[in-house]
Design a protein around this ligand. Structure first.
Ligand code: HEC
Ligand code: HEC
Length: 423
């Protein structure tokens, strides 16, 4: 019953490794060698959000009990025979290796995606306390993703997406002395998406399911600016995944969804071993993506920190979109409570925060209005992005440290707006 659902760990794995080695920068593959640093598992799971979810056991009972026929989102998925169970349900293993998505471990020279488990990077990623992240996308061999110009790709039952978080001892040498902390997994089951946190052991030989989350005390690293930083790193609990990975459906139910696998963030080159190729084109060439228009017609968000790619305005909006809009959008919980919409396609100045008084009262957040055009120093939006004070900082989850570059970008963006007094 629990047969590995990904057959064949062939040569392609080697190619993928080559791709990871050559893609460079923040989005590099998970590099080797644990640093054996002073990581203490406190055993205190962070408080859960109370978001109802499928239950905390690792079993697949919930999804398995769902009728595959009620799965509205994905056409043509009935009867895909490749996954673990007849209806396409992917069995959720207790150890990450049980997915069969990787060979090797960080302890033995690196975590290598198997053939068909495709590494990808985003033009602008979410900031997560300066951790180095690597992502992979696995779509079952006889199924395909469907292109969407504005939304996340429509991914079939059996899809598994992973995101691995690691801290190099020194970010200026991201391949050296790396500790891999966690791998987050999103699985497309017949009944919808499910989210799972896996926590890497200190020996860096295996990651195990940690539904309650973890606090990793005293993670230390040297930043790109040469400054040493220390933080208590939070591995979110299973329930907390949903705080960001959610939208409200038509019945106002919270539904778990992926966030970053959108064409406009995937629209860039990556070297899979044969020279740079567009990531979306690569998926289409592998037969994993249908409906892709010529890539020069696909929308693209810029790298928020590369002034050669786009204007300050577009870069700032891309940054807010990927870092904030999963909560701050018309269908997100923070969107419905605060009416602050930071999604990149919001063209309404007021709900973007300009001269908007915050919906949620509370003093000491740097000003009276979310954005005061021309003056970041009195803009709440900048203040909450900049501060490290819990209860005030934004995002409210997923960071303990300030993103200096992000804070600067948003300050520059607000300062460049024609100055205007808010009333
Ligand atoms: C603070 C908000 C936040 C929390 C909490 C969070 N995520 Fe995410 N996650 C994101 C954002 C934003 C992206 C897309 C940007 C990126 O990949 O950098 C993402 C991307 C991912 C991806 C890659 C696929 C995708 O959606 O783009 C996976 C897999 C994932 N998250 C799993 C999880 C799991 C499992 C948990 C809980 C253990 C979790 N995440 C908690 C914000 C969050
Ligand atoms: C995990 C969900 C989540 C994410 C991600 C998030 N926020 Fe929020 N945000 C909230 C919630 C909930 C509130 C309302 C409660 C409060 O003010 O603390 C809020 C309120 C705010 C407010 C006050 C707005 C108003 O008009 O009431 C600002 C400004 C803000 N967020 C900025 C940001 C920025 C900038 C980012 C990205 C860097 C961000 N938020 C990311 C959940 C989130």
């Amino acid at each position: 019953m629990h047969r590995p659902f990904i057959p064949g760990l062939g040569l392609a794995a080697v190619l993928v490794t080559a791709a990871l080695a050559s893609c460079g920068g923040d989005e590099d593959g998970v590099p080797p060698t644990p640093d054996g640093g002073s990581v203490v598992d406190s055993g205190n799971p962070p408080a859960d959000s109370g978001t109802p979810d499928a239950g905390d056991d690792a079993g697949t009972g919930d999804a398995g009990a769902d009728d595959a026929g009620t799965d509205a989102g994905t056409p043509d998925d009935a009867g895909t025979p490749d996954a673990g169970l007849p209806d396409g349900t992917v069995p959720i293993p207790n150890a990450l290796s049980g997915f069969g998505l990787f060979t090797g471990t960080p302890a033995t020279g690196g975590l290598k995606p198997v053939e068909g488990n495709i590494p990808y990077a985003l033009t602008t990623p979410l900031f997560s306390d300066y951790s180095v992240k690597s992502r992979t996308l696995y779509i079952p061999p006889d199924a395909q993703a469907r292109y969407s110009a504005s939304d996340v790709l429509d991914l079939p039952v059996g899809t598994v997406i992973t995101k691995t978080f690691a801290f190099p001892a020194d970010l200026r040498e991201p391949e050296e002395d790396v500790r891999v902390i966690e791998t987050r997994v999103l699985v497309r089951q017949p009944g919808g998406w499910e989210a799972f946190p896996y926590f890497w052991n200190e020996a860096q030989t295996e990651a195990t399911l940690a539904n309650g989350g973890r606090v990793v005390r005293d993670v230390r690293f040297i930043g790109e600016d040469g400054v040493e930083r220390t933080l208590d790193y939070l591995v979110p609990s299973k329930n907390q995944c949903q705080k960001c990975h959610h939208v409200q459906d038509a019945q106002e139910n919270q539904v778990l969804v992926p966030i970053g696998v959108k064409a406009r963030y995937l629209n860039q080159d990556q070297d899979y071993g044969d020279g740079p190729v567009n990531q979306l084109q690569h998926l289409a060439d592998l037969g994993r993506l249908t409906g892709l228009p010529p890539v020069d017609q696909v929308p693209r968000e810029p790298n928020a920190f590369n002034p050669e790619e786009a204007t300050l305005e577009r870069r700032a909006r891309a940054y807010l979109d990927i870092n904030c809009a999963h909560c701050h959008n018309p269908k997100g919980t923070a969107g419905t409570t605060s009416r602050l919409f930071l999604n990149v396609d919001n063209t309404d100045e007021f709900t973007l925060g300009v001269c908007k008084r915050p919906g949620s009262a509370g003093g000491g957040v740097g000003g009276e209005f979310d954005i005061v055009p021309g003056d970041h120093s009195t803009s709440i939006l900048w203040y909450r992005l900049h501060t490290e004070e819990s209860g005030k900082m934004m995002p409210e989850l997923g960071r303990a440290l300030r993103h200096d570059q992000g804070s600067q970008l948003i300050a520059d963006w607000i300062d460049a707006m024609p100055a205007r007094a808010c009333k």
